[in-house]
Design a protein around this ligand. Structure first.
Ligand code: NAP
Length: 237
């Protein structure tokens, strides 16, 4: 179904976005990946082969996002997994850091949907990224939880406004991707082991778990306005 379809993945140079690009290419799609780092993009492009092209883009810059979609032209599906997130105690975190989260993860996805939608084919789709902390309050995630909740709400409203283009939202749980590489390895492994023990599925997620869900949203033409939780039962805890 995705054979010869053109899929734009902003954030496609790493983690869930890169795995989504790999799975889409395996189904015969062409992918356009975009992110800030030329180095990450080149490495990702090499791993994807001839069906991939890459563009540098900072999604927080509205003019860059607009110019990017002018260059890309018409396409079928947009996936926006780009984000750089952070957490911290509500009282001890600078307001500027909370604002930065909104700039990056909320406004970035807003701009992408706004300038991408007019270029998407009428049977195409947009997939935005929320996250488990929107649905399960966690200490240290006040701003990130609010950003993720805002993205889910934006996506559901756009499913009505941009129809017949379908708009869905993926909400990952704790996924082992390079986004967690800033944590010291022993702390990270301990965090994963403790959480895996509590989760009904007894493991943390992998990028391929979430990518599989994105591919489902791209392909199922009866699904729109859905928040798809891919979190191993985390919100049940
Ligand atoms: N991993 C988790 O546990 C988890 C949990 C909940 C939600 N999520 C969400 O899932 C999505 C994907 O996360 P991931 O774990 O796959 O992260 P990741 O491996 O760090 O990948 C993030 C991607 O976004 C790009 N990016 C970051 N800021 C950007 C910007 N301003 N402009 C353009 N590209 C930018 C990065 O490339 P450059 O550095 O080259 O820009 C990279 O390609 C995010 O929305 C994240 O919040 C993840």
């Amino acid at each position: 179904m995705l054979h010869n379809q053109k899929i734009v993945i902003i954030g496609g140079s790493s983690g869930i976005g890169l795995e989504t690009a790999k799975q889409a290419v395996a189904l015969g799609a062409g992918v356009i990946i975009a992110s800030r780092s030329e180095e990450k993009l080149q490495k990702a492009k090499e791993s994807l082969g001839s069906k991939a092209s890459a563009y540098t883009l900072d999604i927080t810059d509205e003019q860059q996002v607009q110019a990017f979609f002018e260059k890309v032209g018409t396409f079928d599906h947009l996936v926006v997994s780009a984000a750089e997130t952070s957490g911290g105690s509500f009282l001890q975190t600078d307001t500027a850091q909370a604002r930065k989260l909104f700039d990056n993860k909320f406004w970035g996805q807003y701009y992408a949907a706004k300038y991408g939608a007019p270029k998407i084919s009428t049977n195409g789709s947009i997939t935005l990224f929320s996250g488990v902390v929107a649905y399960k309050a966690m200490i240290g995630s006040s701003a990130l939880g609010a950003v993720n909740a805002a993205v889910s709400n934006l996506g559901q409203t756009l499913a009505l406004e941009l129809a017949p283009i379908r708009v869905n939202i993926v909400s990952p749980g704790i996924i082992d991707t390079p986004s967690r590489s800033k944590m010291p390895e022993d702390v990270r492994e301990n965090f994963y082991a403790t959480l895996a023990d509590k989760l009904p599925v007894k493991r943390v997620g992998q990028a391929k778990d979430v990518a599989q869900s994105v591919l489902y949203l791209l392909q199922n033409s009866f699904v729109t306005g859905t928040v798809l939780h891919v979190e191993g039962g985390h919100i049940l805890l």
